[in-house]
Design a protein around this ligand. Structure first.
Ligand code: NI
Length: 306
């Protein structure tokens, strides 16, 4: 099944119209990490925007998203049309301080003024992550790692090095289940256990969550106040185990504000990164974390620029 830019655009288009949510969910679920747990129609049909979600919101500046603060009414997102479209990032509360995330990270780059891209790496840490860290360091690139709790306990030192290098850590659950198939208590335990493991190893509690397979519904979203981070460019690197293909897929679709999805558990992906970094740096991109892309305040649902 070739789900590329066309499907992504179809998803985003449907999302903006506030329609075709069932299709959109199925596409999202299929877009990452292998299609092994495609949602059954019943699961897909459960997907719905949160109550009171805005149908759209004007695109504000990259940092405009933070505006909503506690009232949470205008989370239009840096790339508002995308971030706020279907699901609407609105009508949700401020980030959950109970997670003990500490002071907001200070953005190192102003993405309102320079071209930014957020590289994101899922499913690690793993045996190739250290190599990736070296590639990123060579370009002064900061990325976001959505780690799996089970791998955190296997590779604690790798995760510590990742944090020490200035990268952002996100929660990608403990064992990578499709959260839409779990009861709420198990969704919370998947996230909570992973938070604890990350904190035990690094002292950091992740501010961001990326649901495995991009599978989301209203029930899942209610289990945490933290931003749910999806993506706007899918390299499908779990399927294309070719560095050239992975690099090409990343480079052909990127634009300022993109959130690109990779998996650092695949050596082909890690080997693609020098080319990706070199080409994007040449085009003038700065490599920032997801939080930096949004000036420290990601909206409640992040796609990135389409
Ligand atoms: Ni994943």
């Amino acid at each position: 099944m070739d789900i590329g830019a066309r499907s992504r655009l179809a998803f985003l288009g449907g999302a903006r119209r506030g329609s075709a949510r069932t299709v959109a969910t199925a596409v999202l679920v299929a877009m990452t990490c292998g299609a092994s747990t495609l949602a059954a129609p019943s699961q897909a049909a459960q997907a719905a925007p949160p109550p009171g979600a805005a149908s759209s919101a004007p695109a504000s500046g990259a940092w405009g998203v933070m505006a909503s603060g506690a009232s949470g009414t205008t989370a239009s997102g840096a790339w508002g049309a995308t971030a706020s479209g279907a699901w609407g990032a609105a009508a949700l509360s401020a980030p959950d301080d109970r997670t003990g995330t500490g002071p907001l990270p200070r953005p190192r780059v102003d993405c309102r003024r320079v071209k930014c891209v957020a590289l994101t790496f899922d499913d690690g840490p793993g045996p190739y992550t250290d190599t990736l860290l070296a590639y990123l360091a060579a370009y002064h690139a900061h990325a976001t790692f959505f780690v799996v709790g089970g791998n955190v306990v296997t590779y604690p030192r790798v995760l510590r090095r990742t944090v020490a290098a200035g990268h952002e850590i996100g929660n990608h659950t403990w064992s990578h289940p499709d959260l839409t198939r779990l009861p709420p208590a198990r969704v919370r335990s998947q996230l909570g256990r992973t938070d604890q493991a990350i904190r035990a190893v690094t002292g950091v509690v992740p501010r961001l969550v990326r649901p495995p397979y991009g599978a989301l519904n209203a029930t899942v979203r209610r289990q945490t106040d933290r931003p749910m981070v999806l993506w706007s460019v899918d390299t499908l690197d779990w399927r294309f185990r070719s560095s050239a293909t992975v690099a090409r897929r990343a480079l052909r679709s990127v634009r300022p504000g993109s959130v690109i999805l990779f998996h650092d558990i695949h050596p082909t992906t890690v080997r693609a990164m020098p080319r990706v970094l070199r080409k994007l740096a040449k085009r003038g991109y700065r490599f920032v974390t997801v939080s930096e892309l949004f000036g420290g305040h990601p909206p409640r649902l992040v796609f990135g620029a389409p």
